[in-house]
Write a protein of this length. Structure first.
Lengths: 85, 426
């Protein structure tokens, strides 16, 4: 079953899954280490990509939620949304 | 027209990390009181600034006072611009606008890690765990890195809101990269995927909501309840206030330090007679109360700081000069130290002479309240201490103070249990 699942992966989602798997595995095996030649900020690329994707879902949901709410309730919903941004 | 030879331009000792801009202190003459803070910008930074200054949000922030007034100096500016323009495309007065760059489609939020290390992690340590984040932040000049922050959140603590995503996860990623690329292993190229606007704004907004929900509990302490529990009767307190007003209001001063400010009663009084009050106390909750009182006052000229006066902020960073020691920054014109000396002498064991010598080094007038041995607060401090403070009495204090200061005025308070002095440097 696992093989079939792996074969279906492609594109960006696949990369993301690989990164997440790498993280999950590494969290079990690797102990904490001190940095020497590795730039501590280099992990930010991975972190902001994954957290950004999750946040984008919430962002998009809110955007449409307030748009619908504005149609129903009126101007106040728009003010709330702007305030939230 | 000012003689160029008289202009002294010094690059600020803490301004060297960013290659596209640098801060300068311009003095018309050596030893001049007047100092202009200017910022030189590269072509790239100047172009960014011009774009930024046309933006509505930036203008709004300027008008609301969230951003320090910023101006691009004219080429014929008399005060040092001709000197500073060498090597720079333009010169600005004040604020670090060079940190604001236009976002381009596909770019990630490059400040994310820095934001988490400098602001989010310390706030979470304080809010979730009640840990005093200030001594930790003092050591980590670039903020608390995720790997260090994650060590505090063990067991179920890591399930508090935002910890797994913004602390534990980044720490795991950084640890795994460090492990994979240690020793002879070559560094891997990490190319960023395109980040959509929704990804960037979503991340910023989620952090904004997270920070807004973080709060701290102010515990009842003698200090933060001082306004209600101080040892003065109303009439005596009025006499003390009158003395402070009498000497604080003589001239319009620039900077006043209120050291041992507590909840800022006297900072507030003095703030009417000067440009800015720097209010300092070692008690977080007392300063927090002052901060909350001033937070919504857009015209506030009080800057509340939490600092242990027996251990003020030292020179830090590169060559100990990237961050100047607190007492090496701009000097005050008046120092209030009201009911502070007994804490320094009896709790921190700092001899009065050393304290007075340090006060004298500030080259400023001083309003000092001496708390005598008979005062109930001193009695309380000495109750369970071995008596080794024979020198702590009014006569000795006056003799010591006169080594460094001229006593211009003095008044007895609380029926002789306290004495308030107005001191001028000798």
């Amino acid at each position: 079953m696992k093989t079939i699942f792996m074969n279906k992966r492609n594109g960006f989602a696949a990369k993301l899954l690989t990164m997440m798997q790498a993280w999950l595995i590494s969290s079990l095996i690797f102990p904490a280490t001190a940095f020497a030649y590795v730039d501590p900020g280099s992990g930010s690329v991975i972190v902001t990509t994954i957290l950004g994707l999750i946040a984008a879902i919430g962002y998009t949901f809110r955007k449409y939620y307030y748009r619908v709410k504005r149609m129903i309730v009126g101007k106040n919903a728009e003010e709330n949304r702007q305030d939230d941004e | 027209m000012m003689n160029k030879m008289e202009i002294r331009v010094e690059a600020n000792t803490g301004s060297f990390r960013d290659p596209v801009n640098q801060v300068y202190e311009v003095k018309p003459k050596p030893g001049s009181e007047k100092v202009r803070i200017l910022r030189g910008l590269s072509n790239e930074a100047l172009s960014n600034y011009k774009q930024l200054s046309a933006e509505t949000f930036f203008r709004k922030a300027l008008d609301a006072g969230y951003v320090v007034k910023t101006e691009l100096l004219e080429a014929n500016d008399k005060d040092g611009n001709t000197v500073l323009a060498d090597g720079w495309a333009g010169v600005l007065e004040h604020i670090d606008v060079a940190s604001v760059e236009p976002w381009e489609e596909g770019e990630p939020w490059v400040g994310y890690r820095q934001f988490c290390s400098m602001f989010l992690a310390p706030l979470m340590l304080r809010s979730y765990l009640g840990i005093d984040h200030l001594p930790i932040l003092r050591s980590f000049i670039d903020g608390i890195p995720p790997i260090e922050a994650a060590k505090y959140f063990t067991g179920t603590k890591r399930f508090k809101k935002g910890i797994l995503s913004h602390i534990v996860f980044p720490a795991k990623v950084e640890n795994s990269i460090a492990k994979r690329e240690r020793d002879d292993a070559p560094a891997r190229q990490r190319t960023s995927n395109k980040h959509s606007k929704a990804m960037v704004l979503g991340l910023v907004q989620s952090l904004k909501r997270l920070v807004q929900k973080l709060s701290i509990e102010i515990k009842h302490t003698d200090w933060s309840q001082y306004d209600k529990t101080h040892s003065y009767q109303e009439a005596e307190l009025d006499a003390k206030k009158a003395f402070v007003i009498k000497h604080a209001s003589t001239t319009k001063r620039q900077y006043v330090w209120d050291i041992g400010c507590n909840t800022g009663t006297f900072s507030k009084i003095t703030s009417e007679y000067c440009k800015q009050v720097i209010s300092i106390d070692g008690d977080h909750d007392a300063v927090e109360q002052l901060y909350l009182k001033e937070k919504n006052n857009t015209n506030s000229n009080i800057l509340p700081l939490v600092m242990n006066l027996a251990n003020i902020s030292p020179g830090q960073g590169w060559a100990c000069s990237e961050r100047q020691a607190f007492d090496q920054r701009r000097k005050p014109d008046l120092v209030l130290c009201l009911a502070l000396i007994h804490h320094l002498r009896l709790s921190a064991n700092i001899p009065n002479v050393l304290f007075l010598k340090w006060l004298r080094s500030l080259e400023s007038a001083v309003i000092l309240e001496f708390v005598n041995r008979e005062d109930e607060m001193v009695v309380k401090l000495l109750t369970n201490k071995k008596e080794q403070y024979e020198d702590y009495n009014l006569d000795q204090f006056v003799a010591q103070a006169e080594q460094f200061f001229t006593i211009k005025d003095r008044e007895s308070l609380k029926g002789g249990k306290r004495e308030i002095f107005y001191l001028i440097p000798r």
